[in-house]
Design a protein around this ligand. Structure first.
Ligand code: TTP
Ligand code: MG
Length: 357
């Protein structure tokens, strides 16, 4: 049985917060710009395309960005403006399909397999072009789109030709495109998985594609099957229209059980960084942090702490986790899994000087 071929579009606004600022303040146009809160823990939320050749990147500490680009202009974020644009682009999407999955304020997947027009199925490429043109007309901002047969390939496509681009990945191009990519470029591969794959001698898309499905499933369970499939350009994940995030988390299961507060604490930074990445991508911060521990006997305990300021960065998440991780929580038991979840999600606010005063 062959499944019907889907048509998926991934739309991503270019240098989103920075472009909105440049649109609204003409003096910022054509100049290297970072959007960032001021202050000690300040990081770059995004950089304009003029700043990127200097090596200024999202999530970089602001002081480092200023070292790389001393003439960098810095403005604080204005989330009401970004939310308003986000609303406008979602209305543009909705004119083309009801199957819209927003990933963040500036990014969404669209399933346009079924044409909405009288004429029935329409070309996904033409739909993507129309969406880009309508976004520009209505918001004054450029968007980049990727078109392909599934979510993974559509997102990969949009990343190939930024800013203000449109890329189509056809099925016959998939293997040549995926084979040379590092495994970290594949959906579902975080730093821990990348390290375990490297240990197995799997570094590239080609290595992943040629690995046996049994090996990957044996090592990674369901994730292994997913990895094998996406290395073959297969991704059956549907475009899921209703997905407001209530929480975001990351967890890690250890091949060798952890013993004691010290070993668990040492495991936390990597997990906190993953949670930070997810929060950043969604443009969200957390009022509450939950620490989850699963013991060797599979008993699970969780502890939570709520903060007056929402946090997003790994250092703050780690600070909270360290408060929750006390010797009595473990009481000398062996730990097989550690997780952190961020909940009470909200818009980021300027970071306080200290979380715990
Ligand atoms: P992205 O789409 O990742 O980046 P971008 O739109 O700024 O640039 P690109 O042209 O490469 O797509 O993120 C969208 C917005 O989300 C970004 O403008 C600001 C916010 N964001 C953060 O606040 N922190 C982050 O670390 C990242 C990656 C994004
Ligand atoms: Mg973007």
């Amino acid at each position: 049985m062959t499944l019907p071929v889907r048509k998926i579009i991934h739309v991503d606004m270019d240098a989103f917060y920075a472009s909105v600022e440049q649109r609204d303040q003409p003096s910022l146009r054509g100049r290297p710009l970072a959007v960032a809160w001021g202050g000690k823990r300040s990081v770059v939320l995004t950089a304009s395309y003029e700043a990127r050749p200097f090596g200024v990147r999202s999530a970089m500490p602001l002081y480092k960005a200023l070292e790389r680009c001393p003439q960098l202009l810095v403005v604080p974020p204005r989330f009401e403006a970004y939310r308003a644009v986000s609303e406008q682009i979602r209305q543009v999407f909705a004119a083309h399909t009801p199957l819209i999955e927003p990933l963040s304020l500036d990014e969404a997947y669209l399933d346009v397999s079924e044409g909405t027009g009288e004429q029935g199925r329409v070309s996904a490429t033409r739909t993507a072009q129309a969406i880009r043109a309508q976004i520009l007309a209505q918001t004054g901002l450029t968007a980049t789109a990727g078109v392909s047969v599934n979510k993974f390939l559509a997102k990969l496509a949009s990343g190939l030709n930024k800013p203000d681009g449109l890329t189509v990945i056809l099925p016959e191009q998939v293997q040549a495109l995926l084979d040379p990519l590092p495994v970290a470029a594949f959906h579902g591969v975080g730093p821990a998985t990348a390290a375990r794959l490297a240990w197995l001698g799997i570094q590239t898309g080609a290595d992943l594609r040629l690995a046996s499905e049994e090996l990957l499933c044996g090592q990674f369970g369901r994730l292994g099957q997913h990895l094998w499939q996406i290395a073959h350009g297969q991704d059956e994940r549907p475009v899921n229209p209703h997905r407001p995030h209530k929480s975001m988390g990351a967890e890690e299961t250890y091949a060798d059980d952890l013993r004691g507060v010290g070993e668990v604490y040492a495991a936390l930074p990597q997990i906190a960084e993953q949670v930070e990445r997810r929060l950043r991508r969604a443009g969200l911060a957390a009022h509450t942090v939950i620490l989850k521990i699963k013991f060797a006997d599979w008993q699970v305990v969780t502890r939570r702490l709520s903060l007056t300021y929402p946090v997003q960065d790994a250092a703050s998440l780690l600070e909270v986790a360290a408060r929750l991780l006390t010797p009595d929580l473990l009481s000398n038991r062996l730990v097989r899994l550690v997780g952190l979840t961020a909940t009470g999600l909200t818009e980021p606010k300027p970071p306080p000087p200290s979380l715990f005063g």
